[in-house]
Structures are given as structure tokens and as C-alpha cells.
Design a protein around this ligand. Structure first.
Ligand code: GLC
Length: 554
């Protein structure tokens, strides 16, 4: 039986407004992205995740959809979308679309109808409640801060919004909503899309009795007990999954916002989602191998044979890992980024790269509130001012929450706007695009870009890298070691996060004749035994013709 395509894919997330501007308005678009497909193919990625590209007022940059079956004119036309998809497929690159099923924009015609009167047929498509004691129905807070209920003067009821008040939660207990969303999936599958990334999918259901959420005794923060992961959620997901998977090869990855592995693992598997994002692995603010290793072990224990975790360290919702893990030291930043890339592309799981990580793009920090674009940062600013903080303190609060850091234009060249556009981009440029750009790094054999390219090529070539199970997975001090096996082949990956060299008995760790295939330090020849793994070096060996039995699950 042939394994599904996504099990060996290398995904690459594109933040729509920031990848490449084809029409000179300072915002990325389909024409721009199509012009970069050759470069993505050269890098070796064969799956693209596009953030929402549907018509939207863009309060949350497209995660507030006003029409599920069209293209936002700022990104181009339906023909531009189709041309992009065709060109991607011609290069064996599959494309998945971000679907926001939990909420619509308050500008969506469904919501306009719903809010028009209590008796409107679409009233029950959203979650409306009467005031309680002249205030909101309960204490639920929005994930962007502030109350999750908005009072609507026209019909004198509150509506529920887990995110901004312009992102209104749909009522997933309503069969008409479920049917409408299955229709949306069909629309894009008919146009050839290869799968979906399902936004905040564990939020689809909230408690039917609406009890108050408790607060954490230590932090004072609200615990989201009754507004996510509710009873019946898996039935809704199973229904969506059955619908989408009826078309062979459709891939579904879910964003499940939970730190609990036991909760996470419920969402994927036969009849459910193919994989879910595990934020615990990559979202730490600082680097700790102990934590990372603990998470890899948990992921391994939580997944049944044949199931895969996801591997990622950056996304449009978090600061870039190179900035988080590098402690402000450019050399350490680069070395740790290479170690993390080796882990992402060789450990067991489905890797999701975030645009720009392959050239080591760093975080952007807004200097004034006028430079800030993200609704989460802007909400924090507004709330801080309302609490009586002065503008400088409020800016600090806003910066801590703002997700703009990782959303700056892709840096293609050292030109003024990094080759992203001829016009001033919609958001500020990230730092040091004079060297942190594709053109410069393509010419430099030691660059992060070249290391990613080599890693991806190696991964595609070797079953033990793009598939397989762990023969061993261990930490020795600051060194992470694993052996993976598939199809009579073994790979040994050794990642030294420490500052001391480490003697590695390669021959004892592998069960057959082996050869050295890649190191993050080009001077390494990998020939000596024991091999001396340098400080902050990543190295990989392959043993073909090994006597290892096939353990690859498909
Ligand atoms: C997801 C998206 C994030 C968005 C939120 C609300 O977490 O990744 O960017 O703000 O959902 O749709």
C-alpha cells in the first residue's frame, strides 16, 4: 500500500501578505507567489500552506472571512489562484488552504442577516444570548483580551466571539452551518486544492450551559475550560473529515490550541484529522534541550503506530525561533537555527517550515504604535491605556503580544524592500535584509539557506529520514541523538547543542556499514571513529544494506 503523500512532504507556510508582491501595491499576492515557485522547488519544499486568501476586512489579516468561496482582490483573481495552483502542481508541489471554520467576519452576509432580527433564519447560525443582570451572559474572555461577548444594540442580545469582536463564532450545533462548511470544502477541492489547515479547530464547540470559566490561582489568568475541547467536538471533526477524505489524498492538519498531549492526540487518527500542530515542541521562549527532548519523548509515546506528530518551531503566531533561541548572539543564533533545522527535517513527524526561516530571518520590533499591525498587539495597547498605563508602558505590553515580529516581507535580495516589492510594504522590514536574503545566501556555501536545501534533498532521498521509526531516541547532556529505521536503512542524527565536543561511537550506534552524509560544519569529513561532534554541530550518517527489519508504518 502506498503511503499518503503528506507523510513524506516538507511543508512551507506562506503568510499571504508577506511573500512576494506581483503588482506593486506593497502586499503579497498570487502572481508574486507564482513567480517564486521555481525557487521553492529548488529549496525542495513540496507542500505549501497558504494563510487565508478569501475576501476579508482583514481585522486579523484574513482570519476574519467575509466570503468563503472567492479570492480577496488584493491577492488577485480566481484565475490567478488557479494559475498558481497549476504551476505548483506542475512542480510536484501540493497546496493546502487555511480554513477558518470557527468564526466568520462580522461583515459576512451570514452574520449581517443573523444580526438583522431575532427571527431571521440565520439567527441561530451564531451564538446569541440574553444579558444576565444587565451584563454579559458569563465571564468568558476573548483570546485577544477583553470580554468574549459583544452587545448588539439592534436586537439587544450578546453575540459570542472567541477572538476579536469582528470574528464572530459560528454555532456548530446547527446542521445548516455544518452543511454550509462542507460546501465550502467542496468548492476548493473541486478547484484542485490538496487539503486544509483547520484554524482553531478545537474551538468549534462551546459548553451548551455556558458556565463561568475558572481562574488560575497563581497567575490569575482565565482557564478556558468551557469554551474549547467540548463534548461532541470530535463528532463534528469526524463529519468534516469523512467529507473531505472521501476525495482520495485530501490532507487535513488541525490547529488544536492545547498544551495537553492527551487532549491533542484525540484529534488525529483514522476518521479524524491526519495530524495536529503540537505547540509544546517549538513554542518555548528560550531554548532548553531538556524540555525539547521531554516533548519529543511525549510525542513518541502519544502517537499510535502509523500516526505522526508535526514538527515546527515558527509560525505567523509566534516570534521566529532564531530570535527566541539565539540569546541575541548572531553566531549562536545561526548555529542553533541549523541544529533546529536538522531536527525539524529528520526527526519523526511532518515538518512545517515558516517562510524566511531558511534564510534566518529575525524578528521585527515596532518602535511606535503606528508601526504595529497585529490586532492582538493593538488590543493589548488599547486595554493597557484603558487600565491607566502611559503610552510607553502600553507599547511595551503591546509589543509582548504583537505577532508582527514574524510577519515581515520575505527577503529575496538586498534591495530597499528586499526584492519583495518596489513599493513600501504593508508592514516594516525585518532586520539585516542586506545579508539575510535568498540571493546572497544562495551564493554562500555556509549559509543557513544552503544547509536547509541540503537537508531537504537528503530527506527526500532517504526513507529513514522522511519516514521510519526511532530505533533509539536519547539525550546525553546537551547532545540529542536518534537513530531512525525504514526500508532496510538506518539514519543516525547527532545534534550537539552544547559548547563541548562530544565523542560519538558511530559504528556502535548503527548496525551496518555506514557513511557520513551531512554536517552543519562544512569542514567536517565524518570519517574518524569515534567521531568528534563539534560544539553546536549537527551531523548525519546513513547505513544502507543494514540488517534492520522494515519497521516503517504506512
Ligand atoms: C489561529 C490563527 C491566528 C488567528 C486565530 C483566530 O490561531 O493562526 O493567526 O488570529 O486563529 O482566527
Amino acid at each position: 500500500m502506498e503511503a499518503p503523500w503528506w507523510k513524506s512532504a516538507v511543508f512551507y507556510e506562506i503568510y499571504m501578505p508577506s511573500f512576494c508582491d506581483g503588482n506593486g501595491d506593497g502586499i503579497g499576492d498570487f502572481a508574486g507567489m507564482a513567480s517564486k515557485l521555481d525557487e521553492l522547488a529548488e529549496l525542495g519544499v513540496n507542500g505549501i500552506w497558504l494563510t487565508p486568501f478569501y475576501p476579508s476586512p482583514k481585522v486579523d489579516n484574513g482570519y476574519d472571512i467575509a466570503d468563503y468561496t472567492a479570492i480577496d482582490p488584493v491577492y488577485g483573481t480566481m484565475e490567478d489562484f488557479e494559475a498558481f495552483l497549476r504551476e505548483a502542481h506542475a512542480r510536484d508541489i501540493r497546496v493546502i488552504a487555511d480554513l477558518v471554520l470557527n468564526h466568520t467576519s462580522s461583515e459576512h452576509p451570514w452574520f449581517r442577516e443573523s444580526r438583522s432580527s431575532r427571527s431571521n433564519p440565520k439567527r441561530d447560525w451564531y451564538i446569541w444570548k440574553d444579558p444576565v443582570n444587565g451584563g454579559p451572559p458569563n465571564n468568558w474572555e476573548s483570546f485577544f483580551g477583553g470580554p468574549a461577548w459583544e452587545f448588539d444594540e439592534a436586537t439587544r442580545q450578546y453575540y459570542y466571539h472567541a477572538f476579536a469582536k469582528e470574528q464572530v463564532d459560528l454555532n456548530w450545533t446547527n446542521p445548516e452551518v455544518r452543511a454550509a462548511m462542507k460546501g465550502v470544502m467542496d468548492f476548493w477541492l473541486d478547484r484542485g486544492i490538496d487539503g486544509f489547515r483547520l484554524d482553531v479547530i478545537n474551538f468549534l464547540k462551546v459548553s451548551g450551559t455556558f458556565p463561568d470559566n475558572p481562574y488560575d490561582a497563581e497567575t490569575g489568568e482565565q482557564q478556558h475550560v468551557h469554551d474549547k475541547d467540548q463534548e461532541g467536538i470530535l463528532d463534528a471533526i469526524a463529519e468534516l473529515s469523512a467529507h473531505a477524505h472521501a476525495r482520495k489524498g485530501t490532507f487535513m492538519v488541525g490547529e488544536v490550541g492545547s498544551e495537553d498531549m492527551d487532549v491533542l492526540r484525540r484529534y488525529s487518527g483514522t476518521g479524524l484529522l491526519d495530524v495536529v500542530f503540537n505547540f509544546n515542541l517549538g513554542s518555548q521562549e528560550t531554548f532548553s534541550l531538556e524540555r525539547l527532548y521531554g516533548e519529543l519523548k511525549k510525542m513518541e509515546a502519544a502517537h499510535a503506530p502509523g500516526q505522526l506528530p508535526t514538527l515546527f518551531f515558527s509560525s505567523h503566531d509566534m516570534p521566529r525561533h532564531i530570535s527566541r533561541f539565539g540569546e541575541g548572539d548572531p553566531v549562536l543564533e545561526e548555529r542553533r537555527a541549523k541544529l533546529i533545522s536538522a531536527l525539524t527535517l529528520t526527526a519523526k513527524g511532518v515538518p512545517f517550515l515558516y517562510y524566511g526561516e531558511e534564510i534566518g530571518m529575525r524578528d521585527f520590533v515596532a518602535e511606535t504604535i503606528e508601526e504595529m499591525r497585529d490586532v492582538q498587539g493593538l488590543t493589548a495597547y488599547r486595554l493597557a491605556l484603558a487600565e491607566g498605563l502611559d503610552p510607553e508602558e502600553a507599547l511595551e505590553k503591546a509589543l509582548a503580544k504583537s505577532r508582527d515580529k514574524s510577519r515581515t516581507p520575505m527577503q529575496w535580495t538586498d534591495e530597499t524592500y528586499g526584492g519583495f516589492s518596489d513599493a513600501a510594504p504593508w508592514i516594516g522590514m525585518g532586520p539585516r535584509h542586506d545579508v539575510l536574503n535568498v540571493r546572497t545566501q544562495r551564493r554562500d556555501p555556509d549559509s543557513i539557506y544552503q544547509f536547509y536545501r541540503q537537508l531537504i534533498a537528503l530527506r527526500h532521498r532517504h526513507p529513514s529520514l522522511h519516514g521510519g521509526d526511532y530505533g533509539r531516541l536519547e539525550r546525553q547532556g546537551e547532545v540529542l541523538l536518534y537513530v531512525k529505521r525504514a526500508a532496510g536503512e538506518e539514519a543516525l542524527v547527532a545534534l550537539n547543542f552544547g559548547t563541548e565536543p562530544f565523542a560519538l561511537p558511530v559504528g556502535r550506534l548503527l548496525s551496518g556499514p555506514f557513511r557520513f552524509v551531512l554536517s552543519s560544519r562544512r569542514e567536517t569529513d565524518g570519517a574518524h571513529e569515534p567521531f568528534l561532534l563539534g560544539p553546536q554541530e549537527a551531523a548525519i550518517w546513513i547505513s544502507e544494506n543494514s540488517s534492520v527489519k522494515e519497521t516503517c508504518h504506512t
